[in-house]
Design a protein around this ligand. Structure first.
Ligand code: CMC
Length: 427
């Protein structure tokens, strides 16, 4: 906080507004009393200049390409930590000690099973339902099964629902995948790590158990870390806004999943792979890039609202992509060749340079996930699985903020003025 103020003059009134300072990042003009004192609203429909909350969880410096979780750089976490440790860090604010981690891991691992009746819920979906459609419905339905942890005012229930969601999301995601594939559900196993358990629930079949591969399991875990949280993006803001009314956490996370699904957000990884497949060969890149410049389509996996530099997650993702492709013997994957060349062409083209468009986390994630054995329809589901911890940490932080109120944006009304109703025979 600071003693700085901003002077705002309008309609003959002068309002002195406090200027808030965070640990890092731009100063923030606190406009909360503006309407009461000057009778005006501010206008920022896509939140390009608006801080919607105070948070201690994640920091991004988009110009420098920096992403920190509770102060730790994403590259260090991706290299040295594990997804469950990052979950603990996001939820609790500090890295766990060994006993704290053992307790946390136990809590998660022993909550991975779903209520048996929950499985019947999947049968109601059409066999060809998109796994994200299943996720949106199934996660919302958790509140119907676990209402003993939906009292948002009880800190213990909040933590139980956080653990339940982190634990059960892989089981739901794997079931969405199995249903989509037409294969029987695989139950979780408590002797496996978080990523191993998830991969086994996806790829094991009754005829053949899944064989662990440390390179692929580590890659999966790292991909989860890269997607764990990302400050106040569209889906996180959706979760916070839904939760600001006091809605239960399962319903709020379902709202976040719906927001994530869009192609400009979490759906970009699926769209990006489809785009690379459509380009198909390196020689077609110039024609594709021209189409982007002619505004016929977007270069998916490029650009970001906050990063005006290389997305630090993309650097780790690119490395992981090479490791996975090497491990599965797909180093010559034509889509990887297209991606590498497309990135090179775009990064040297004034259209992308002038607009500060760089690869984001989704540029290489599709190729990597495909090499791990997932179809494109599952990519956003994996993003949702990993982002659940970020959503729930941000939701908890909001509920625990004593100044929290229901979110209620205002508008600039440009419709008709008051008019008199005319009966249908007079129109
Ligand atoms: N391809 C072509 N042009 C682009 C792209 C792109 N991917 N991204 C932005 N632009 C252009 C845009 O048309 C605009 O041009 P102009 O100023 O001439 O009108 C300029 O760059 C600035 O873009 P913007 O629309 O103001 O940027 P934004 O902050 O509103 O949008 C974005 C950010 C991520 C929605 C956008 O870059 C985009 O749609 N990218 C493709 C989808 C994608 O990869 N999304 C994943 C984001 S990372 C994962 C996640 O966190 O969800």
């Amino acid at each position: 906080m600071s003693d700085d103020t901003a002077k705002f003059e309008i309609n003959g009134k002068t309002v002195i507004l406090p200027v808030l300072k965070g640990t890092d990042g731009p100063d923030v003009v606190d406009i909360r009393k503006l309407y009461a004192e000057a009778d005006v609203f501010t206008y920022d429909p896509s939140f390009t200049s608006t801080a919607s909350c105070e948070s201690k969880i994640t920091f991004i410096d988009g110009d420098k390409g920096v992403l920190l979780h509770r102060g730790y750089p994403i590259a260090e976490l991706a290299e040295q930590s594990s997804f469950l440790e990052v979950c603990y860090l996001l939820l609790h604010g500090e890295l766990p000690t060994a006993p704290q981690f053992a307790q946390f891991e136990q809590n998660i691992i022993y909550h991975t099973m779903l209520h048996e009746q929950f499985d019947r819920f999947f049968q109601g979906f059409r066999r060809d339902a998109h796994p994200m459609a299943i996720m949106t419905g199934a996660v919302g339905a958790l509140s119907a099964f676990y209402h003993d942890s939906t009292n948002v005012n009880d800190p213990e229930q909040r933590m139980i629902s956080a653990h339940r969601m982190i634990a059960k999301m892989p089981t739901i995601a794997a079931r969405a995948f199995k249903y989509f594939r037409g294969q029987p559900f695989v139950y979780p196993r408590n002797d496996l790590s978080y990523a191993e358990n998830f991969l086994r629930m996806c790829f094991s079949v009754p005829a053949e158990d899944w064989k662990p591969n440390p390179v692929l399991t580590n890659a999966m875990d790292r991909i989860f870390i890269l997607h764990a949280d990302h400050e106040q993006n569209a889906s996180t803001s959706t979760v916070r806004l839904a939760g600001s009314s006091g809605a239960n956490p399962f319903a709020c996370i379902a709202a976040g999943i719906a927001s994530l699904w869009g192609p400009k957000h979490g759906g970009a990884n699926e769209e990006c792979l489809n785009m690379l497949a459509e380009i198909g060969t390196v020689d077609r890149i110039p024609e594709f890039v021209q189409g982007v410049k002619d505004r016929r389509y977007m270069l998916m996996g490029f650009g970001h609202r906050v990063y005006k530099n290389y997305d630090p997650r993309a650097t780790v993702m690119q490395k992981t992509c090479h490791e996975v492709l090497k491990e599965v013997g797909a180093e010559n994957d034509p889509l990887l060749q297209v991606a590498i060349e497309l990135e090179k062409v775009a990064l040297s083209d004034p259209f992308f340079i002038d607009r500060k468009l760089y690869p984001n986390v989704d540029f290489y994630s599709g190729i990597t996930l495909r090499a791990l054995g997932f179809p494109a329809e599952m990519f956003t589901v994996l993003f949702a699985l990993a982002r659940t911890v970020g959503w729930i940490a941000q939701w908890k932080e909001m509920i625990e903020d004593p100044s929290q109120k229901i979110g209620r944006p205002r508008q600039i009304y440009t419709g008709e003025g008051p008019r008199t109703y005319a009966t249908i025979d007079k129109r």
